[in-house]
Design a protein around this ligand. Structure first.
Ligand code: XLS
Ligand code: MG
Length: 345
């Protein structure tokens, strides 16, 4: 099945199955092996955390970090893959236990900024023009521990410092309403637009919408995508799925709500997503029960489902839709969509 999109995936999408409640269930796979497999599967680009590209980043000098990143660039070139973005991993290190840019500890905030600047350096070496901020721990565990006004300003200040550090880099915020923190500071694409507008260069601050994160906020991902598209600021997507408001599941795209998945693909296609080089990123996790030999199945299946839904969008009868809307026959339109998805249209 052909696609009009270019696809990306992150090395963390292929993982050993460990979760908060139990150890690994699969053996771990090297970065090079994952990259080779991603290329074979038809991916065009790789998403990186700073330490996916440069392990043990804390132990290295700024020059050594750039040298390590150059090696990864060579690896990507070997497989004809691009780097989509680099994201500072501001949630693993002990310095980030209370968040990064809005940690209550100044030394920890400085550490977060150091990682953010190193992510920009790595992005430059890899030829990526974007740094993604998934604001994992940016919020509160205890509501009274920090002022949400101060915390929001800290985020804006941090982004401004990144924009000043590099005059070309684009900052792409990936919002999520909660988990691992209790209350986040920048929980939806609407928040992202507000933060963008408050920075020194809104033209370089946009959003990445992850389906599961929107669902966790009780919102429809296709409308979040649509809102960012309307603002000209949808610079990335992480397509996946999520069964309601619970822990973050990162399920295979479309397996929980096929109609919602269809509408995400539809709004992307209708608005020419990808025509400025944007990738359709997947951010999916294998189940803990998945066997070693199926380590990539959830990615393969997500690609298949996106492509199948592209075909459904191509089949979508816009004349019929117009007629049904003019007649206010929304029951008819819903049934048409159901029939289309069930192969009965
Ligand atoms: C959260 C992801 C995370 C970001 C990139 O959705 O798993 O790793 O996508 O930092
Ligand atoms: Mg994501």
């Amino acid at each position: 099945m052909m696609s009009q999109f270019k696809f990306s995936a992150g090395p963390w999408n292929v993982h050993d199955g460990a979760d908060s409640y139990g150890p690994a269930t699969r053996s771990s796979i090297s970065l090079e092996e994952k990259i080779e497999k991603f290329a074979q599967m038809g991916f065009d680009a790789i998403q990186f955390h700073d330490d996916d590209a440069v392990p043990d980043i804390n132990e290295l000098s700024e020059e050594e970090i750039k040298e390590e990143a150059k090696k990864v660039k060579k690896l990507l070139d070997r497989y004809h893959l691009a780097a989509e973005f680099v994201a500072p991993r501001l949630w693993m290190d002990p310095h980030t236990s209370d968040g990064g840019f809005m940690s209550t500890c100044k030394e920890d905030r400085d550490y977060a900024m150091w990682r953010a600047k190193r992510s920009i350096d790595i992005a430059n070496e890899l030829g990526a023009d974007k740094v993604v901020l998934w604001l994992a721990r940016e919020g509160t565990l205890c509501a009274e521990s920090k002022s949400p006004v101060w915390a929001t300003q800290m985020l804006i200040d941090a982004i401004n410092e990144m924009l000043r550090y590099d005059s070309e880099i684009k900052i792409v915020i990936e919002p999520k309403p909660n988990e691992p923190i209790d209350r986040s500071i920048c929980g939806t694409i609407g928040h992202v637009m507000g933060v963008s507008a408050a920075t020194i260069d809104p033209s370089r601050v946009g959003g990445l919408l992850e389906s599961a994160h929107a669902i966790l906020a009780g919102l429809d991902p296709s409308h979040e995508i649509g809102f960012a598209l309307a603002m000209g600021k949808l610079w990335g997507v992480h397509l996946n799925d999520q069964n309601g408001i619970k822990y973050d599941q990162d399920k295979t795209f479309g397996v929980e709500n096929l109609r919602q998945a269809f509408n995400q693909v539809k709004v992307l296609i209708e608005n020419g997503y990808g025509s400025n080089g944007e990738y359709v990123g997947l951010d999916v996790k294998a189940m803990r029960t998945t066997k070693d030999e199926d380590s990539y199945k959830h990615l393969e299946n997500s690609l298949k489902i996106v492509r199948a839904l592209e075909e459904k969008v191509a089949e979508f009868d816009y004349d019929l839709q117009k007629k049904l809307v003019a007649d206010r026959d929304f029951e008819g339109l819903e049934m048409y969509v159901m029939n289309l998805l069930m192969g009965l249209a």
